[in-house]
Design a protein around this ligand. Structure first.
Ligand code: GDP
Ligand code: GDP
Ligand code: MG
Length: 343
C-alpha cells in the first residue's frame, strides 16, 4: 500500500471496491479553512518576498540587468539558496531575451511561473516514492534529522492524523539519548491513540527499532514511525547508527524502512541546506518534512531544497497543533505565496 493511501478511510466492508486514489487526503482540513491556515502560516515569507521585490523594481519599468541583479539578491535573502537563485535568474534572463521587452509589472507573474515550474520538476519523481509495502506488512517510516528539527512533533502529528483515519500506528522511541525525549514522544503517542514501544534511556536505538517492528508486525499495525536521535558527533557516527537501525529493521520486515523522512527546521534557512547535505550523504533519504514555516520569512528554503536535492517534500509544518502538519501541495504552496492564479 502506498503511503498516501494510509490517509484514506478504511472501507466499511472489506469487499467494498477501492475508491480511485484521492488527491487530497481526508485527514486534512478541507477547502477554504485549509487554504486560510496555509496562507497565515506562510504570511511572513510572503510579506518578506514581496516587500523586497517591490523595492527591487521601484522606479523601474522594464526588467533589465539591474532589476535581475536585485531580484537575485531578493531570492538569496529569501533563503532560496544560491544555486536555485542562479537557475531562476537564468530562466528569467532567457525569457527577457526572447520577449525583448518585459515590464516590471510582469515580474511577479513570471517569478510565480518559474517557481511553480521548478517545484514541479523537483517533484517529478513523486510517482515513484512511497515504495509499496508488501501486502499485510506495516509501512515503516524512519524519521531522521538534527535535534530540535521537529522530528518528535512531526511523528506525533502524523500519528494523530493517521489514527484518526482508522490506521493502527506503532511508534518506536529510538531516540534513547534523553529520557525527556522518550516521555515527549509518549505524550504524543497517548494523545494520538498510537502504541509506543520504548526501552530504557541509553539503550541501543537499533534494539528499540527491532522491538517496535516485531510488535507492529505481530499486532497487524498499518504504519510504523521510528523516531531517532539527532544528536550525533560526526558523519561517520551518524551513518553507522542509521545503517545499524536499517539493517535491524530488515531482519524483521524485508524492505523496511520503506521511507526515510528527513525533518528540517525551515526557520534555520541555510542551515537546513547543510543538514540536508549531511543526512543525504549519511543515508538514503526518500522524503522531506520542512517544519516551522510559520513565524519565519525563510519559507524560500522549500523551493531551494526541493530543487537542489530532488527529494520530494512530503510535509510542511506550519504550527505546533496536530493539524499544522500539512501534506505539501505545490500548487497550494505557490498560491499561498503569490495569490491564486487569477489574481
Ligand atoms: P526533535 O528534537 O527533532 O524531535 O524536535 P521536536 O519535535 O522536539 O521539536 C522541537 C520544537 O519545535 C518543539 O518545541 C516543537 O513544538 C517545535 N515545532 C515542531 N514543528 C513545528 C512547526 O511546524 N511550527 C512551530 N512553530 N513549531 C514547531
Ligand atoms: P561525549 O562527547 O563522548 O562525552 O558524548 P556525550 O556525552 O554527548 O554522549 C555520551 C554517550 O552517548 C556516548 O557514548 C555517545 O556515543 C552516546 N551518544 C551521543 N549521541 C548519541 C545519539 O544521538 N544516539 C545514541 N544512540 N547515542 C549517542
Ligand atoms: Mg525528538
Amino acid at each position: 500500500m502506498a503511503f498516501f493511501d494510509m490517509f484514506k478511510k478504511r472501507p466499511a466492508q472489506p469487499a467494498e471496491p477501492q475508491a480511485p486514489a484521492a488527491q487530497a487526503p481526508a485527514a486534512q482540513p478541507a477547502g477554504e479553512e485549509r487554504a486560510g491556515a496555509l496562507d497565515a502560516g506562510l504570511e511572513k515569507t510572503k510579506t518578506g518576498l514581496f516587500s523586497k521585490l517591490a523595492r527591487a523594481v521601484a522606479g523601474r519599468t522594464t526588467v533589465d540587468a539591474d532589476v535581475l541583479d536585485d531580484l537575485e539578491e531578493v531570492l538569496i535573502t529569501s533563503d532560496v539558496g544560491v544555486e536555485t537563485t542562479v537557475a531562476i535568474i537564468r530562466r528569467i534572463e532567457q525569457r527577457v531575451a526572447r520577449d525583448k521587452y518585459m515590464s516590471t509589472a510582469e515580474l511577479r507573474r513570471i517569478l510565480r511561473e518559474e517557481i511553480a515550474a521548478l517545484l514541479e520538476e523537483a517533484h517529478s519523481a513523486e510517482g515513484s516514492f512511497g515504495l509499496d509495502a508488501r501486502e499485510g506488512e506495516p509501512y515503516v517510516v524512519m524519521v531522521v534529522g538534527v535535534n530540535g528539527a521537529g522530528k518528535t512533533t512531526t511523528i506525533g502529528k502524523l500519528a494523530a492524523q493517521l489514527t484518526r483515519m482508522g490506521r493502527k500506528v506503532w511508534i518506536g522511541a529510538a531516540d534513547t539519548f534523553r529520557a525527556a525525549a522518550i516521555d515527549q514522544l509518549g505524550v504524543w503517542a497517548d494523545r494520538a491513540g498510537a502504541t509506543m514501544i520504548r526501552q530504557e534511556m541509553g539503550s541501543d536505538p537499533a534494539s528499540v527499532a527491532f522491538d517496535t517492528l516485531s510488535s507492529a508486525r505481530a499486532n497487524g499495525a498499518d504504519v510504523v514511525l521510528i523516531d531517532t536521535a539527532g544528536r550525533l558527533h560526526n558523519k561517520i557516527g551518524l551513518m553507522n547508527e542509521l545503517t545499524k537501525i536499517r539493517n535491524v529493521m530488515q531482519k524483521v520486515i524485508p524492505g523496511a524502512p520503506h521511507e526515510v523522512m528527513l525533518v528540517l527546521d525551515g526557520s534555520t534557512g541555510q542551515n537546513a541546506f547543510e543538514q540536508a547535505k549531511q543526512f543525504t550523504e549519511a543515508t538514503q533519504v526518500t522524503s522531506l518534512a520542512i517544519t516551522k514555516l510559520d513565524g519565519t520569512a525563510k519559507g524560500g528554503v522549500v523551493v531551494g531544497i526541493s530543487d537542489r536535492f530532488r527529494i520530494p517534500v512530503r510535509y510542511i509544518g506550519i504550527g505546533e497543533g496536530v493539524d499544522d502538519l500539512r501534506i505539501f501541495d505545490r500548487k497550494e504552496f505557490v498560491n499561498a505565496l503569490f495569490g491564486d492564479e487569477k489574481n
